[in-house]
Design a protein around this ligand. Structure first.
Ligand code: PLP
Length: 405
């Protein structure tokens, strides 16, 4: 008889009188235009973005309408010639990849360390060709990637480095928030993330030129700052309205209350699972702090654990009432029909036409990524969890592991 499934704790109330007051104040202004009626640098959304820049250790931040938009803006502002290759992980949100495709650049997938499910510098180095111009690093689950090593590699090879920090709000490396180790740091504020404005995102920039370029790319290349550059390049409208900006401002103050409980619980879960033979948690970062967007571990199967990942998950549910999902993606992204058939655009893929090269993703095989996806298990973890919920996770994993040695 299967035991009853344990209910998953709900996230505590995320929006309260503070958000309502901020939204009301925005409405009272009778305009939701992101530049307000003031000067661009003094506009309400820009002022909120300055708070984000200060909080995340950047020079200035550019608001966008999503995390995908922030990645697209950063990639466009990197000015990599059409048809260049950009190295990226095959285990990420599709928004990371789409941002590369939008700009008619070619995603080249790097293998990953199966235990962290992220590429290390050596995996990225192995993917570099004469056509490589950039690297997008994803801090998966909010566990910082080995970003110092990767930044040193990109520097040595003259490659643009962009950080996808969408899952890493509040995470740090060497005591610093993520997004300042590459040329651009891209964040999402969609509803699933630690803090949200409904839909939105931002790009961290570290100098004037990059700031204005990202601003142009997020707003149709209009010359909002009177710099005499207008309609210079194809640029979408990714503006954030003042309603979203008002939400974003209030939510920023709540970031620590979302991240700190997750970090305490997640670090504990990491430490406890690491004691169980055959269980490999993603692990605490060596020189930083994770933000635990969710919790990722994998089973050492078929080596130590003699059942498949699916059986392991079924037994956790049936015998302990603990629900889980697979690794973050159902398959490494190069194995999706999308990439196997390259159905990015109707008709031919312009990037290949410009490059004069074709790319056959059917031939891509990255053993670390395949192991990470086939053996990975994801637990929900957020600030509404209690220590007893972590105890339940640990007990379920231990029981099922011990049945399958
Ligand atoms: C959420 C997410 C994105 C995309 O953000 P959206 O706001 O949904 O466009 C990109 N990359 C990663 C790693 C994400 O988790």
């Amino acid at each position: 008889m299967p035991v009853p499934t344990k209910p998953i704790p709900k996230r505590p109330v995320r929006f309260d009188a503070a958000e309502r007051a901020a939204l009301d104040a925005a409405l009272q202004k009778n305009t939701l235009w992101y530049l307000g009626s003031g000067k661009p640098d003094d506009a309400p959304v820009a002022r909120t973005m300055q708070r984000y820049a200060d909080r995340f250790g950047a020079y200035r931040a550019v608001s966008t309408s999503s995390g995908t938009a922030s990645l697209h803006v950063a990639i466009a502002a990197s000015q990599m010639p059409t048809g260049s290759e950009v190295i990226v992980t095959p285990i990420t949100d599709i928004g990371t990849i789409n941002a590369i495709l939008y700009q008619n650049l070619i995603p080249v997938f790097a293998d990953v360390d199966p235990d962290t499910a992220m590429p290390q510098a050596k995996h990225i180095e192995a993917a570099i060709t004469e056509h490589t111009r950039g690297v997008v690093v994803v801090h998966l689950t909010g566990r910082p990637a080995e970003i110092s090593d990767i930044a040193a590699l990109c520097e040595a090879k003259g490659l643009v480095l962009i950080e996808d920090c969408a899952q890493a709000l509040g995470a740090t490396h060497k005591g610093k928030p993520l997004g300042q180790f590459g040329r651009f740091g891209c964040y999402s504020l969609n509803d699933q993330k630690h803090i949200t404005c409904g839909e939105g995102g931002f790009v961290l920039t570290h100098n004037d030129d990059d700031y204005f370029l990202c601003h142009n790319y997020a707003d149709k290349f209009f010359d909002r700052h009177g710099r005499g550059v207008r309609l210079h390049a194809l640029a979408p409208n990714y503006r954030m309205s003042d309603l979203d900006g008002a939400m974003a401002e209030v939510q920023l103050a709540k970031l620590d209350q979302m991240v700190l409980p997750r970090r305490r619980l997640g670090d504990r879960l990491n430490d406890e699972l690491a004691k169980i033979r055959g269980i490999i948690p993603q692990g605490r970062p060596l020189d930083g702090e994770s933000s635990y967007f969710f919790f990722l571990f994998r089973i050492d199967s078929p080596g130590v654990i003699k059942c498949s990942r699916q059986v392991f998950r079924d037994q956790m549910l049936d015998l302990a009432g603990i629900s889980s999902s697979g690794a973050y993606v159902p398959e490494p992204i190069y194995r999706s029909d999308y990439f196997l058939n390259k159905t990015f655009f109707p008709g031919r893929w312009p990037a290949e036409v410009v490059a004069g090269r074709t790319y056959d993703y059917r031939k891509v095989s990255l053993p670390g990524a395949e192991t990470a996806v086939e053996t990975g298990i994801r637990f929900i973890l957020h600030e509404g969890f209690k220590d007893s919920d972590i105890d339940d996770y640990v007990a379920a994993v231990r029981m099922v592991a011990e049945r399958n040695y």
